[in-house]
Design a protein around this ligand. Structure first.
Ligand SMILES: Cc1cc2nc3c(=O)[nH]c(=O)nc-3n(C[C@H](O)[C@H](O)[C@H](O)COP(=O)(O)O)c2cc1C
Length: 225
């Protein structure tokens, strides 16, 4: 696939075929993704590729603890509820997804079911838990670097026919992830990426999220000189 085709074609995938993802293919995708730039080429990231019983245990533990009201224990700083324009954009993608899935805004039961799917990493056959070296945890640069590798990862996966969703919801309960994925104590859990073969008949997979127009995002300085 050409670069433009990958970048404009990629979208988050939230419904997967149960088929396994071969290790060699994950290796190929990781080799591409880790060409991502990083601060001073420090490459602080680790990608823990989890499947099978370990992933099922994470799904179960994450769901049970969230339903029991255990407060989220993310290992990077997170914000509270989005407000203003950010809240509007959040509502925008939620509306697109719910419309595709035929979930009415007021249908609490089906909305809750959607949240539970997120806790289960959308039942993807693979989850890639992204961590970085704890020695770098006092600043935001390592997280910036992890963002670069994650973006490259989802695009590389797409170029090979695989779908992904970056899934903060799937690792809200860090101790569960630590235990079942065997994350070493000297690493910080940043996020996870659910990955698998896109299910053809899952309506939300067709949703193309909107983007702010270029002229709203960009500002040119000095061009008129
Ligand atoms: C840091 C981060 C966390 C995310 N967490 C979730 C999540 O928990 N659940 C989910 O359904 N999507 C999650 N997403 C996916 C975004 O909703 C998605 O990327 C965005 O709506 C744009 O859609 P697109 O990926 O289809 O272009 C996350 C994305 C990022 C970058």
């Amino acid at each position: 696939m050409q670069f433009d085709e990958v970048v404009t074609g990629r979208r988050s995938i939230r419904g997967f075929k149960p088929d396994p993802v071969p290790q060699d293919l994950v290796r190929e995708i990781v080799a591409l993704a880790t060409r991502a730039p990083s601060s001073m080429n420090t490459q602080p990231w680790y990608l823990h590729v989890v499947t099978g019983a370990a992933l099922d245990a994470i799904r179960r533990g994450n769901t049970e603890r969230n339903l029991a009201g255990v407060p989220a224990s993310r290992e990077i700083r997170i914000h509270g509820a989005y407000e203003g324009v950010h809240r509007e954009r959040q509502k925008g993608i939620a509306a697109q997804l719910f419309e595709a899935m035929g979930i009415a805004w007021g249908d609490k039961e089906r909305r809750q079911d959607w949240v539970l799917r997120g806790f289960r990493q959308f039942d993807a056959p693979v989850s890639i838990v992204v961590t970085f070296d704890k020695t770098l945890s006092d600043n935001d640069i390592a997280i910036f670097d992890c963002g670069a590798v994650v973006n490259a990862l989802v695009n590389a996966a797409w170029s090979r026919g695989l779908g992904c969703v970056i899934n903060g919801q799937g690792i809200m309960q860090s101790p569960v992830v630590r235990e079942h994925a065997g994350i070493p104590d000297d690493q910080v859990i940043c996020t996870c990426v659910a990955m698998g073969w896109p299910a053809d008949d899952f309506a939300a997979n067709a949703v193309v999220s909107t983007r702010r127009p270029v002229d709203e995002v960009v500002r040119f300085v000095g061009y008129e000189d």
